[in-house]
Design a protein around this ligand. Structure first.
Ligand code: NAG
Ligand code: NAG
Ligand code: NAG
Ligand code: NAG
Ligand code: NAG
Ligand code: NAG
Length: 415
């Protein structure tokens, strides 16, 4: 088996070079403490007894992409431009997050994959094993790089990778984001037991899948340190934060029953004060487009009512000093100085079109960060400085040279 050969090769190689993956275990090579879960005590996270910060990138395309047309003959679903990313693209992304001083990645499509032929669940109850190959590789490469993963379980939108509308339509509710985003019937996703049970079945399929690179299920593998109830979840009104407590509790109980050591992130779009009472939630979070120091401060003030951590799950990294409230450097300072902030992930990282290392993959939302793109060097250095400050407590200069990441990347090299 291909995976087994790779496993042997990397284990031997890592043992000899004293590089990034300095330790081996029965589940493969990884950075220090890769077999230890991330734990929470009050508003802080810990790894093997030491404080741990969750800093890194959003890389939403690791399990299924929409930005590259693959060579003829490779799986491609043209209506949604869906394709599996190459293994080389995934490995490079891990190496880049390491070079940035990151400790983790927030990765939508390692959890959200429903409703199209390339998805993990194209139709209700139908599991597409092929889709697991890319997800397995990404989870394994994160482990090899000593990184952790935060994984949303569904999406608020009818995006290419699927989301809550799939579960609604599978239960017979004829709803789409385009025509029904404000239809009160979207609440059926959170309130109708048939829909809830279908979503829970999906979660069960995902968490009990065994990764052949490690022989661990996703539930068992501490590389995935947190599952998030969803991405930007709302009710019928944009920003209404209308996600019922009972639903969060039911999903949280399921995740923690299947995977007692995972942390649960409230995937509501915004910090909803009534959710502070939901025992199963470990981490609260919000997204910022553009960055807003004021909004962040308001969210931190809310979360301060309970002894739990706060995580800035998405923010546009392009903010500059031309707007004080949206200045990336000021934003980072607030995150670094707030004791309940356990980390943040900028939106969003892309790399080269590996095996073609001559071109970056482009994405159209205006927030595409490409490590090594000279036009983005100043902001990239700020991000790296922030990650190192958060994760190591070390202050580096604003102009410190960015470490080189080879393409194709080699996770075994010290970077
Ligand atoms: C959690 O933190 C509290 C307060 O700092 C401390 O007293 C307690 O021993 C910690 N619990 C664990 C399990 O480490
Ligand atoms: C829940 O959804 C099912 C399947 O569509 C439907 O038969 C049932 O009437 C719904 N229940 C409620 C309370 O709306
Ligand atoms: C769903 O609704 C649309 C209009 O909103 C309609 O054109 C379509 O036929 C409906 N589909 C089903 C299966 O009822
Ligand atoms: C996983 O288990 C199978 C069956 O016991 C074994 O052949 C394979 O080598 C194991 N793989 C890893 C990576 O441990
Ligand atoms: C917050 O959650 C509650 C309970 O689930 C819900 O009723 C409310 O609409 C949500 N939004 C706000 C702004 O409180
Ligand atoms: C960083 O580089 C810029 C542009 O070259 C320069 O203006 C600035 O003084 C440098 N800052 C520090 C702290 O070295």
């Amino acid at each position: 088996m291909k995976g087994a050969n790779l496993f042997t090769l990397l284990t031997l190689y890592a043992g000899g070079n004293g590089g990034l993956a300095a330790r081996t275990s029965k589940h493969g090579t990884h950075g220090a403490d890769g077999d230890e879960p991330i734990t929470r005590n009050g508003s802080s996270l810990f790894l093997a007894g030491k404080p741990w910060k969750a800093v890194g990138a959003n890389i939403y395309w690791l399990g299924l992409d929409e930005n590259v047309t693959p060579p003829a003959g490779e799986p491609y679903y043209a209506p949604l431009k869906a394709s599996y990313p190459t293994k080389g693209r995934i490995t490079e992304a891990m190496a880049v997050v390491r070079a940035l001083g990151g400790t983790m990645i927030r990765a939508h499509t390692l959890g959200v994959s429903t409703g199209n032929p390339l998805s993990l669940m194209p139709a209700p109850g139908h599991v597409n094993e092929k889709a697991f190959e890319t997800i397995d590789w990404a989870v394994w490469q994160a482990r090899q790089a000593g990184l952790r993963l935060m994984v949303p379980l569904t999406d608020n939108f009818d995006y290419y990778h699927g989301g809550k509308y799939n579960f609604l339509r599978w239960a017979g509710f004829n709803l789409t984001q385009a025509k029904d985003a404000s239809n009160p019937a979207v609440m059926q996703f959170y309130t109708n037991q048939t829909v809830i049970d279908s979503f829970k079945g999906y979660i069960r399929t995902l968490l009990t899948h065994k990764n052949p690179y490690t022989n661990l299920t996703y539930a068992e593998d501490p590389t995935i340190f947190a599952y998030e109830t969803g991405n930007e979840l709302c009710g019928p009104d944009w920003g209404d934060m209308n996600v019922p407590n009972a639903w969060i509790k039911e999903i949280g109980v399921l995740v923690k029953t299947l995977a007692p050591k995972k942390l649960l992130v409230d995937g509501t779009y915004g910090v909803n004060k009534t959710h502070l009472a939901v025992e199963e939630i470990d981490i609260f979070s919000n997204h910022y487009y553009p960055i807003s120091v004021k909004k962040l401060q308001a969210d931190l003030d809310l979360v301060a009512f309970v002894n739990k951590p706060y995580f800035a799950g998405e923010y546009g990294w392009t903010g500059t000093a031309s707007s004080a409230d949206a200045d990336l450097a000021s934003w980072f300072k607030v995150l670094e100085q707030s004791s309940s902030v356990i980390g943040d992930t900028f939106w969003s990282l892309f790399g080269h079109n590996v095996p073609d290392c001559s071109a970056f993959v482009e994405h159209s939302d205006g927030f595409t960060l490409q490590y090594g793109n000279p036009a983005q060097a100043t902001q990239t250095k700020l991000i790296r400085r922030h990650f190192i400050q958060m994760s190591q407590g070390v202050s580096i200069g604003v102009n410190e040279t960015l470490p080189k990441v080879s393409c194709p990347a080699d996770l075994q090299l010290r970077i």
